[in-house]
Design a protein around this ligand. Structure first.
Ligand SMILES: Cc1cc2nc3c(=O)[nH]c(=O)nc-3n(C[C@H](O)[C@H](O)[C@H](O)COP(=O)(O)OP(=O)(O)OC[C@H]3O[C@@H](n4cnc5c(N)ncnc54)[C@H](O)[C@@H]3O)c2cc1C
Length: 474
């Protein structure tokens, strides 16, 4: 399986003659600077990141991926793999290199009898939910419908079902992966088990997942959710009340608190329009009628501005409740885990949220634990998942001139939060791409890091797949 690759990528360019030769090989369109659509195709979710690849290959299937990987390896071109393009550090693209754009590979096939779902590597969670919900099935994904299944799953995956069925990667049964050598292999518990271990948390370091097969779980279309918006000012009691419920919750309930500002438009009910809010969200992963009873205490906290729970009774609707519009957002995110959510921690988080330099910044506390925490740290590459809470400072602004201030605020917030009782670690799907972010990769994998480097040496010895939370080969 070993292969030789150039360890130093060299800028790549392609002239008209070469492009025409390549055009005869690839089934999907090849897009270069100056082509119509180039700027649209290279755009990432994070407007702060502006990469100009030399060639975007809009892959239509494994053959295009294999030839794209071979092209990058043999030319030494920097290579990025893009599915949803949501990585906040811009790992879905690369300057002067090749982007394998998987977005046209978005097929989803559900096998309701066997409770499995096959998903192509460029699909989004919205596309998966569309196909699975018809059968009353769900695969644990993220909370925004346009996020890519590929990046989110390979980096772990935390959503509304994390306490009931674990991380997204915990529902992965197998994957078809194009390696740096161009070989297409299966990774599962029984085939290339080391690769299967590594891709559940180790990100896109080991190859391109052209197909992922998941265990599907019975849920929806009707669900029970609590979704309650409180005025941010004076909401410390509500935050503490939510924490008490979350700590005692059965694992059928996954909840989160979000300190944020609502948009000032018709998508938001008038009482909360344009307001600074504390959102208490909770989802019951089971029978909807039963769930409404179980979630009642989450709706009974404090005196809300508006209770939207009755609007969120459809799983697909819930899964798109946080979808943004097309307004460019400049982002910088950082997170950590908390073993305890003490009153002091809540007071710190609340005070930080009040001091946000931009209302678009989201301070976010997803409850973890439950099924997620039952998997041992060494069972998948993801590492330690014992913490019952995550704390994420999702720095966002629509004003590019404000980004530096937002970034500094996020860094200072995380640094201060690291002093909290029981704080540690980082969720690698929520990191940017500066030196401090790259440092945390090693730390987060903990005792798994050495094994990951060995697996990387076996499957990608030349570090062809390096535009990611990179794990250098041993
Ligand atoms: C608006 C928004 C909401 C989010 N919500 C959540 C959430 O609810 N839960 C959560 O856990 N995370 C969430 N995230 C974070 C998300 O998990 C990461 O940003 C993830 O990297 C996105 O994957 P992608 O495929 O969209 O991104 P991309 O930028 O396309 O890719 C990200 C990385 O994954 C690699 N990759 C992507 N697809 C493949 C593939 N098929 N094979 C191999 N490598 C691949 C890429 O090379 C790159 O390194 C969110 C991010 C955003 C911007």
């Amino acid at each position: 399986m070993a292969t030789t690759t150039s360890s130093t990528p060299t800028p790549f360019s392609v002239d008209a003659e070469r492009l025409s030769e390549l055009g005869a090989v690839f089934r999907g369109p090849l897009v270069t600077p100056g082509d119509p659509g180039y700027d649209d195709l290279r755009r990432l979710d994070n407007a702060a990141i502006d990469r100009r690849p030399a060639l975007i290959i809009r892959c239509t299937g494994p053959a295009d991926v294999i030839d794209g990987v071979n092209l990058a390896r043999t030319t030494g071109a920097p290579l990025a793999i893009r599915s949803g393009g949501h990585h906040v550090g811009g790992h879905g693209s690369v300057d002067d290199g090749i982007v394998l754009d998987l977005r046209d590979m978005n097929g989803v096939w559900v096998d309701p009898a066997n409770l499995t779902v096959r998903v192509q590597g460029g699909a989004t969670w919205g596309q998966v939910d569309r196909e699975t919900q018809v059968f009353g099935l769900a695969v644990p994904g993220g909370i925004v419908s346009s996020t890519g299944v590929g990046g989110l799953t390979l980096g772990g995956g935390v959503g509304w079902l994390v306490r009931r069925w674990g991380l997204s990667c915990d529902s992965l049964l197998s994957a078809r992966v194009v390696l740096a050598s161009g070989e297409l292999v299966t990774a599962s518990e029984t085939e290339n088990a080391d690769l299967f271990w590594a891709i559940r948390g180790g990100g896109g370091n080991f190859g391109v997942a052209v197909e992922l097969t998941f265990r599907a779980h019975p849920l929806g279309p009707e669900i029970a959710a609590a979704f309650v918006l409180h005025p941010l000012a004076g909401s410390e009691d509500v935050l503490r009340g939510w924490r008490d419920l979350a700590v005692d919750a059965d694992e059928t309930v996954t909840s989160r608190a979000m300190l944020w500002a609502m948009a000032d438009d018709e998508t938001v009910p008038p009482p909360a329009r344009g307001k600074e809010v504390l959102i208490i969200g909770a989802v019951y992963a089971g029978d909807a009628a039963e769930g409404r009873e179980v979630l009642a205490p989450y709706r009974a906290l404090g005196e809300p501005l508006v209770d939207m729970s009755e609007l969120l009774t459809d799983y697909r609707f819930l899964q798109s409740a946080f979808d943004g519009d097309d307004t460019p957002v400049h982002s910088y995110w950082k997170s950590l885990y908390l073993d305890r959510l003490t009153d002091d921690a809540l007071a710190f988080i609340y005070a930080r949220a009040l001091e946000r330099p931009d209302p678009s910044i989201l301070v976010h506390i997803p409850a973890m634990g439950g099924a997620c925490a039952r998997t041992a740290a060494d069972a998948t590459a993801f590492g330690d998942r014992s913490a019952p809470f995550m704390l994420s400072f999702d720095g966002m602004t629509q004003d590019p001139a404000k980004l530096a201030e937002v970034r500094d605020w996020v860094r200072a917030s995380v640094e201060a939060a690291r002093e909290l009782d029981g704080a540690g670690g980082t969720y690698l799907n929520f990191v940017g791409d500066d030196a401090s972010d790259r440092q945390v990769v090693h730390e987060q994998f903990g005792a798994n890091y050495g094994r990951l480097r060995e697996v990387k040496r076996r499957y990608d010895p030349g570090n062809l797949f390096r535009v990611n939370n990179n794990i250098p080969p041993a």
